[in-house]
Design a binder for this molecule. Sequence first.
Ligand code: ADP
Ligand code: NG1
Ligand code: MG
Length: 421
Amino acid sequence: MATNEELHDHFVKLYGIEPEVWITCPGRVNLIGEHIDYHDYGVFPMAIDASTVILAARNSTQNIVFSNFDPKYSNWESPIPCPWTGSSSPKWFDYLLCGWKGILDHEGNTEQFGMSFLLFGTIPPSSGLSSSSSLVCASALATLSLIVQGDPFEHISRENFAHLCAKSEPLIGTLSGGMDQAAEVLASEGTALRIDFNPLRSKNIELPEDAVFVVVHSNTELNKGATSHYNERVIEGRIVAQILKQKFSISTPSFRLKDVQKLSGKSFEEILKVVETLPEEVNKEQVIDLIGNDKLEECLTENTRKFTEFKLRSRARHVFSEAHRVELFEKACSEKDIREMGRLMNESHRSCAVDYECSCRELDDICKLYLEHGALGARLTGAGWGGCAVVLMAADDVEKVAELPSLFVSKPAQGIRVHRF
Ligand code: ADP
Ligand code: NG1
Ligand code: MG
């Protein structure tokens, strides 16, 4: 763990100039609402203490330079103008370039300028605690803070900044939703968040005092930018949306399931019944028979055109039932009913594991172990296929899991912030 002084001295030694700004951006743990943000359904995360720090300054060279305090990540450098527009096999610096590009595009008439960044991160990477978005948001705020004077959030609202970061991260190839950037930008210390999309908005939520959330690593990782699992799920959901629009004679260009449900006027219970009539495993030709080639093309992107096999019924069952559980979780939370919160987390994990197939043996085992030791609920958090679980314990029972492996006990942390030297 580097101290603030060490980071400052490292920056000065590396670049021969003083840092101008210090950015701190938290990671997040999602308590419930997995794989539904890209369908615009509301989610329930909180920011965590583990964070990304970026020290940054304009330099007098014509270069953009990124260094990492952790020597396992090599330095990256480019002369300006840097032609970067995205990456299909992202390296660590590509996440910084997403944030940098998002701000320059937003600012419109700002020319590229030489700048030096030093990054130090304590969020376990590829573990569902959203280290990736923390890099994107920290880089965006570092860039913006070098362009504008004073408080950058007087220049752009936190909501618009989070939205901009969410639009920028897909430049590394994932068709992500906006949960992570919103959680990391909008969080207030001491409260979890209910986040809704389109338009982006958030509510601070007090967690029951007797609820303790423990984050546990399954000792497996998944780099989402390097695999196609995540995008496969997004495309499957879009195909379901096209089928349901046809079924309900709905006319909208949107292929997000929340829009389809809203326009159908159906409740969660009603739409879940319709879901049971969908086909389960289909190939590309069968999808074309169902919705036509044009509608399928609307769903696909350059890097997802190669997909040939899709699962529909179980994926849709997960999305609608998970969106419903977020509503029920918020209600249980307001009633301080931690048993019900735990039950919903267990249901969420089951749905992720069985219907969405985004768990893995190690995550299932960790959840089971905690439940056997008195946890009220345990589920994977983030995209899954490895990474972390979040466990709900009654405060009085925490000692029952004292001997078990854990990463940290999580308290809701503060969102992204900037300090000027
Ligand atoms: P996560 O669930 O943590 O967001 P992702 O797969 O989306 O997982 O992103 C992980 C990637 O983010 C890593 O492969 C790495 O490129 C980058 N990353 C995360 N933390 C750091 C760090 N401290 N230093 C450099 N790169 C990092
Ligand atoms: P992680 O696992 O933190 O990369 C991803 C997505 C979220 C959301 C969750 C699943 C990105 C930036 N984040 O999180 O938008 O869809 O998976 O709920 O891709
Ligand atoms: Mg990520």
